[in-house]
Ligand binder design. Structure first.
Ligand code: DAH
Length: 332
C-alpha cells in the first residue's frame, strides 16, 4: 500500500468511528506495535537503499505517522465532546416526545370481548388453520363440488390442493371429530374470499363460528344463547328474531336479526346466519344424528366491529393506516 493510500484508508475508517472502543481498535491497527504504519519501517531493507532513498522514505514515513496521530487525536476529541454532551442541548432523563404506544386492532378487540362472553357461557375457544382441505371447507359441510354455494365462496387455492378457508365453518368437521359431543365451542379467525372489493366486501375478513351439540339441543337454545350473547355485547337487553335462510350445512337454516336503537333509530339489523346442524354434517363428523342435535352460527367479526364502532368502510381495517388503530387506544 502506498503511503497516501494508508492515510486515506485511515481517514475513511475514522469517519465511521463513534465510540472510544472502536477508536482504540483503529489506533492499534494503524500505529500500534503491529500496526500498518509501524510495520512500514520494519519491512524496509535499509542496507540496500541509497542515502537519497533512505531520506525520502524517512520523511514520507514521518509525515504519515504525524498526520495519523493528528487524525486520531481529532477523532478522540470529537468522540469525547459527543459523550459529554458538549454542543448538545439535551436532557437524557426526559421521556421522548414521540412515544408511540401500540393499540389493539378494533377487530381483535371485538374478538377478545366476544370470546370472553362465550367463555362465560361455558363455550371453549378453539383456533384452527387458515389453509384447510377442500373437504373441510366444502364437502364435509354438504357443499359438493357442483353446488352453487361454491360460486359464492370463490377463494384462493394452493398448489397442494388446500384452500384458504372461506369461512370458519371449516372448523366444524374437525371439531366434531376431535372433540365429539356434547360440545360447546367457538372458532374465531381469518377467512378469505376472492371478492370484488367495496365498502362492505374485503378479500380478508374475520368470522367467529359457534357450535353447540348435545342430546336435545333445539332452536330454543339457539335463540336463548344468541339473545344472552348479544345483550352482553351491546350491554342492553337485545331482542332477536329468526327468518328462514338457506345454507347447505344447516336444516332448518336462519338469518338472525337483532333489534337495536343504535344510531338513535329502533330497527332490526341482520346480523348472523345460523341453524340446526344438518344431519349429514353430524354424520361426517362421526356423530349419530338420531342421538345428537345441535346448532351452529357464523358471526361476521369484521361486520360486528363495523357496527359497534360505526366504521363505514370495511377496507379501512386492513389498510395499515395508523389513524384507524389510534382511535382505539384502550389496552386490555
Ligand atoms: N359459513 C357461512 C358463511 O360464511 C355462515 C354460516 C351460516 C355459518 C350458517 C353457520 C351457519 O354456522 O349455521 O357464509
Amino acid at each position: 500500500m502506498k503511503l497516501a493510500e494508508i492515510q486515506q484508508a485511515l481517514e475513511s475508517e475514522l469517519a465511521g468511528v463513534h465510540g472510544e472502543e472502536a477508536l482504540a481498535l483503529v489506533r492499534a491497527r494503524y500505529v500500534g506495535k503491529d500496526g500498518l504504519i509501524t510495520n512500514l519501517r520494519k519491512n524496509v531493507d535499509f542496507g540496500a537503499m541509497t542515502l537519497e532513498d533512505k531520506r525520502s522514505f524517512g520523511s514520507g514515513f514521518n509525515t504519515l505517522r504525524d498526520t495519523a496521530e493528528g487524525l486520531l487525536k481529532a477523532a478522540a476529541e470529537r468522540i469525547a465532546a459527543t459523550a459529554h454532551g458538549e454542543g448538545l442541548k439535551f436532557d437524557f432523563t426526559l421521556p421522548s416526545s414521540d412515544r408511540r404506544l401500540g393499540a389493539i386492532h378494533p377487530i381483535v378487540r371485538t374478538q377478545i370481548e366476544i370470546e370472553d362472553i362465550f367463555r362465560s357461557m361455558g363455550f371453549t375457544v378453539y383456533t384452527g388453520d387458515e389453509a384447510v382441505s377442500e373437504y373441510e371447507n366444502f364437502d364435509a359441510l354438504n357443499i359438493p363440488s357442483d353446488h352453487p354455494a361454491r360460486d359464492m365462496q370463490d377463494t384462493y387455492w394452493l398448489e397442494n390442493g388446500m384452500v384458504l378457508r372461506t369461512h370458519t365453518s371449516s372448523m366444524q368437521n374437525r371439531a366434531l371429530r376431535q372433540l365429539g359431543a356434547p360440545l360447546r365451542a367457538v372458532f374465531p379467525g381469518r377467512c378469505f374470499r376472492n371478492e370484488a372489493l367495496d365498502i362492505t366486501h374485503e378479500n380478508t375478513f374475520y368470522q367467529l363460528e359457534g357450535m353447540m351439540v348435545g342430546h336435545d339441543v333445539s332452536v330454543a337454545n339457539l335463540i336463548a344463547v344468541m339473545r344472552d350473547f348479544l345483550s352482553a355485547v351491546f350491554r342492553q337487553e337485545i331482542e332477536v328474531r329468526l327468518r328462514p335462510g338457506f345454507f347447505p350445512f344447516v336444516e332448518p337454516g336462519f338469518e338472525l336479526d337483532f333489534r337495536t336503537t343504535l344510531g338513535g333509530v329502533r330497527r332490526w339489523v341482520e346480523l348472523m346466519p345460523c341453524g340446526m346442524i344438518h344431519p349429514a354434517v353430524l354424520r361426517n363428523g362421526g356423530l349419530d344424528p338420531s342421538r345428537f342435535s345441535g346448532f351452529a352460527f357464523g358471526l361476521g367479526l369484521t361486520r360486528l366491529a363495523m357496527l359497534k364502532h360505526g366504521v363505514p368502510d370495511v377496507r379501512l381495517f386492513n389498510k395499515a393506516d395508523l389513524r384507524v388503530c389510534q382511535q382505539f387506544t384502550a389496552t386490555l
